[in-house]
Write a protein that binds this ligand. Structure first.
Ligand code: 4NP
Length: 161
């Protein structure tokens, strides 16, 4: 079977989307489903291209057992909208930017919002933690753990054979 290819996207690809990548990879590893997926992350901007994840985000993530080892890169509209099956944005601005970048590619239907996979979640986006304090980074991880659980259940029930 073809691997399911999922791209997580935020603004800078140094806080939220590398965390989503690490949390989801942790979940599929635990379920023994590594060979069924290809998981990556990217940013709307290239401001931090080539940089590792934000040190604060790394510190919070490692406390929950997630090692953020991805290196920031911008979304590549020429290839990403073709290669990936699902492109998942973190906030409403990411969604607008992704929809604009994908316009005319036929890939708009591949774009989803992370919080749509949360269950009982009082937030409708994963808020940008960059200019805030510790609570913001913890909230990002809380939301990502809930959404990654929901996303994996959705895929197991509907998409994987
Ligand atoms: P991210 O967080 O989109 O979750 O990676 C941000 C990282 C950098 C900036 C904003 C948000 N920035 O303005 O540089």
């Amino acid at each position: 079977m073809e691997k399911k290819k999922i791209l997580f996207v935020c603004l800078g690809n140094i806080c939220r989307s590398p965390s989503a990548e690490a949390v989801f990879k942790g979940y599929i590893e635990k379920e023994g489903l590594n060979d069924k997926f290809f998981i990556d992350s990217a940013g709307i901007t290239d401001y931090h291209a080539g940089a590792p994840a934000d040190a604060r985000m790394q510190r919070h993530a490692i406390k929950r057992g997630y090692n953020l080892d991805s290196i920031s890169r911008p979304v590549n509209p020429a290839t990403d909208f073709r290669e990936f099956d699902m492109i998942i944005g973190m906030d409403n601005q990411n969604m607008r930017d992704l929809e604009q970048l994908a316009a005319g590619t036929g890939a708009v239907t591949k774009i989803f919002k992370m919080t749509d996979f949360c269950s009982n979640c009082p937030h409708d986006e994963v808020p940008d933690p960059y200019y805030g304090g510790n609570d913001g980074f913890e909230l990002v991880l809380d939301l990502l753990e809930s959404a990654c659980g929901g996303l994996l259940n959705f895929l197991i029930n509907n998409e994987l054979d």
